[in-house]
Design a protein around this ligand. Structure first.
Ligand code: PGA
Length: 255
């Protein structure tokens, strides 16, 4: 069974009302989503309700982060998995984005805790990993990716991988306009899949979707998606533009 592609849009804290409404309109009007792909967008918590009401039902909605504790409670400024579940309409959670890791100093252990909380509440997870530029230049890319992935692999069951999509997002490519080359991305994705085969199971390696993120545009999407181990994208800046529809349609170039 070929892996179903996932095209995700991460609005970060960058989506004005006009931009978010524009993307919803573009997605609603784009015609059929390619049959080999699913689409999910992650507006800010502020916009989730508005987006879910207006957006076509075959596009999923994600939140951009979740608290480490699952239950509702006294966590000012944060959202728990139970809170999001109670609100309804959200099926995905992004966890471990590099901005969470760098700006909020989120650790591997916290990322793993958040994944457990999200999964226990029934959410699907986009789990982000990626190396910084100094780490890449020091030849440590794979070591970093394996460390970040192991922290999660050690705390979940093999079965739980069914609800996880790994997003490889080199930190140096995020928001910089410097997209990884197709070779760099394919190499990292293939290495991760091999790591999953050796450290989790052959089945998990075969079935887990590994998507790429970092300055993806309509122009770079077709080349990246044609790589055998690239199963979709997590798109930041371009997910707030009508161009996002072209990125979704790049799924047609997958082999
Ligand atoms: P970008 O962001 O596409 O703006 O580089 C990607 C991401 O952070 O998920």
């Amino acid at each position: 069974m070929p892996r179903k592609l996932l095209i995700g849009g991460n609005h970060k804290a960058a989506g004005s009302l006009a931009a978010v409404d524009g993307v919803v309109k573009a997605l609603n009007g784009m015609g059929e989503i390619p049959a080999n792909a699913e689409v999910v967008i992650a507006p800010t918590a502020l916009h989730v309700g508005r987006v879910r009401e207006a957006l076509r039902q075959d596009v999923g909605v994600a939140v951009q982060d979740i608290h480490t504790k699952k239950a509702m409670g006294a966590f000012t400024g944060s959202m728990t998995a139970d809170l999001v579940k109670d609100f309804g309409g959200v099926s995905w959670v992004i966890i471990g984005h590099s901005e969470r890791r760098t700006i909020w100093n989120e650790t591997d252990a916290q990322t793993a805790e958040k994944i457990k909380a999200a999964q226990e509440a029934g959410f699907q997870v986009i789990f982000c990993i990626g190396e910084t530029l100094p780490e890449r230049e020091a030849g440590r890319t794979l070591e970093i990716l394996y460390r970040q992935t192991k922290a999660v692999a050690d705390s979940i069951t093999k079965e739980a991988w069914k609800g996880i999509v790994v997003a490889y997002e080199p930190v140096w490519a995020i928001g910089t306009g410097k997209v990884a080359t197709t070779e760099q991305a394919q190499e990292a994705h293939a290495a991760l899949r091999k790591w999953l085969a050796e450290n989790v199971s052959a089945e998990v390696a075969e079935e887990t979707r590994i998507i790429y993120g970092g300055s993806v545009t309509a122009a770079s999407a077709a080349g990246l998606i044609s790589q055998p181990d690239i199963d979709g994208f997590l798109v930041g800046g371009a997910s707030l533009k009508p161009e996002f529809v072209d990125i979704v349609n790049s799924a047609k170039h997958s082999q």
